[in-house]
Design a protein around this ligand. Sequence first.
Ligand code: CP
Length: 301
Amino acid sequence: MPKSLISIHDLSKEEILHILHTASAFEREPDSSLLRHKVIATLFFEPSTRTRLSFETAANRLSARIIGFTDSGSTSVTKGESIKDTIKTVSNYADLIVIRHPLEGSARYASEVSSVPVINAGDGANQHPSQTLLDMYSILKTQQSLDGLQLTLVGDLKYGRTVHSLLQAMSLFSTRFTFVSPPELAMPLEYKQFLQHRNLSYKESKDLLPHIPEADILYITRVQAERFSEPMEYEKVKNVYSLTASMLHPCKPNLKILHPLPRVNEIALDVDNTPQAYYFEQARNGIYTRMAIMAYLLGLT
Ligand code: CP
């Protein structure tokens, strides 16, 4: 089976650092013919702006060609074709597949039936490992190190696939974690046990403000309407946190605010003009990181 990136656990600490180092090289020199003879398939069964467009930008920067769809309603999935048959077919056409699908485990299954590498671009509430790598690249760029940081994760920690992947990856770097969420959206037990097994400490809180002064990174997430089966449950928690510029005093001089985006109301617009706001640069970092991921999985340096 070719090497795929489905979970952040598919990469060792050395591989993560190698990809971040390569991303830095691509940022310095963003145009390359490294993937000139390659075809990249982007199969998006769920909406996306940043992940799809930055993967496609990354492929274009590396001179690859791109096939794919943004709406499975225009494909033979509507006629009842299975994920298995779809992936087996597309892996005849492309050298690498990027897939986003609402079902947890769908990307792993795709990698098991594919003859080419598969990148999980988000499977339900499970994992989003390329987001994690671009988050780590953003942390490294802004903090000059990944080691020993105070990482405060805020918002939907139950369904937020980006925070699950990020927690697991940053656990390799002696991170101190604080989880800020309403009880309904608390970090699932399995992730807290994961940290306990690694002797890493974490704090949990419903309140954001007391935890801002201690943070190196404030990682804010959206409460995702699409993950709730009961609309009223979403209504109860949808505006639970709203970070404003006035809340950033006091804060550490190195504090940066990250958000995987899209945002709704959880970061007020007045934060955008503060030196702590980093989420749009973070989205830009996705290009270089995804260039590095594709090159690595295709065995090209
Ligand atoms: N961060 C992220 O996954 O954004 P999109 O849903 O726009 O791809």
